[in-house]
Write a protein of this length. Structure first.
Length: 328
């Protein structure tokens, strides 16, 4: 080989050997090659044809593996571009809301609704984020009550202690439309026959268009009661065991009765309780505003503008509450 060609080869071979000696001196007894060492050998293998003959502490296959690994890292870095854009958090929240409020809607239905709202979302994305019902599509209690609010009544018992420490059982029947209490009565000894009679008295009005009776699973609603409800052509809807929230309107009315009147009086007996609740019901239907009725009463009140005169008050429910009007 001519001297001009041999000198570069010897220089590279010498460089390779010196580098390995430096590694050997750096760590003993088992030298470890760091990232710079690996880069050195990968580059040397490209410019030095006989690099394999100069290897002492690593195998040629190891250098080739380093090269391939570096190739992967290089192209991973070079091709690093933003992938599919992230879904806006508001859209995800909207998908959750739609699937929760409309349990019978499938993925295509929600996707179509999103498109009509200006959101172009893939079907796979909607399917990923929508809330899937565990037991198949079914309407919620809230949906049932809202859809049948005009033809549903609800009944429930509540207990009132008397001055002699006896217990009175109050019974209300509530029409969901306008939250009207269409019947109230009280007794010391409620029976299935007595309860059935109350339902009959509550539904005797001709203008009531009722199809459903919502109640809990109390044992007092026995066979006599069920037969009476069936004869009135009503369909019973029973709440789940220990789930008073499924009869929310009755629970709210009973809570209002306690907070606004019963907790402030001492009940003497059945007749006394009937008089107290009767007076409260006048206030409840004609005066008391309800948030669910756009802050108006079950029997709607007209707005009394300032030009109608000075505000005057009229005591109601024994002075516990007042009605405010303007003097003409």
């Amino acid at each position: 080989m001519p001297p001009s060609k041999q000198e570069p080869k010897l220089a590279l071979e010498n460089l390779a050997l010196r580098q390995q000696l430096a590694v050997l001196k750096r760590e003993k007894p088992k030298p470890k090659l760091n990232r710079i060492d690996r880069v050195f050998w990968v580059i040397l293998s490209k410019i030095f044809r006989d690099w394999r003959s100069a290897l002492l502490i690593v195998q040629p296959a190891t250098v080739i593996r380093w090269h391939r690994q570096g190739f992967k890292y290089y192209w991973r870095w070079k091709s690093k571009k933003p992938g599919r854009p992230r879904i806006n958090r508001k859209i995800i929240t909207l998908i959750h809301r739609m699937s929760r409020e409309n349990p019978t809607w499938g993925t295509p239905r929600i996707q179509s609704e999103l498109r009509l709202l200006g959101h172009e979302v893939a079907e796979s994305t909607v399917d990923k984020y929508r809330i899937k019902p565990k037991n198949g599509p079914s309407q919620t209690w809230r949906t049932f009550l809202r859809n049948h609010i005009h033809e549903t009544i609800a009944c429930d018992f509540f207990v009132v202690p008397t001055a002699t420490f006896r217990l009175l059982f109050g019974f209300i029947v509530l029409h969901h439309q306008q939250r009207r209490i269409i019947h109230f009565n009280a007794t010391h000894n409620p029976t299935a026959e007595w309860t059935a009679l109350q339902i009959q008295q509550a539904t005797h009005e001709d203008d009531l268009d009722i199809s459903f009776l919502l109640r809990d699973r109390d044992s007092i609603y026995g066979e006599v009661f069920r037969n009476k409800v069936k004869s009135l052509e009503l369909e019973e809807v029973r709440t789940a065991p220990q789930s008073p929230w499924q009869n929310p309107f009755s629970e709210r009315v009973i809570g209002s009765l306690r907070r606004e009147i019963l907790n402030h009086v001492i009940v003497l007996g059945e007749n006394h309780l009937r008089r107290i609740v009767s007076g409260y019901l006048n206030y409840y239907h004609e005066v008391r505003p309800h948030l669910s009725l756009d802050r108006n009463s079950p029997i709607p009140r007209r707005v009394d503008p300032p030009e109608n005169g000075q505000v005057i008050s009229k005591p109601m429910v024994g002075g516990l509450h007042h009605r405010y009007t303007r003097a003409a």
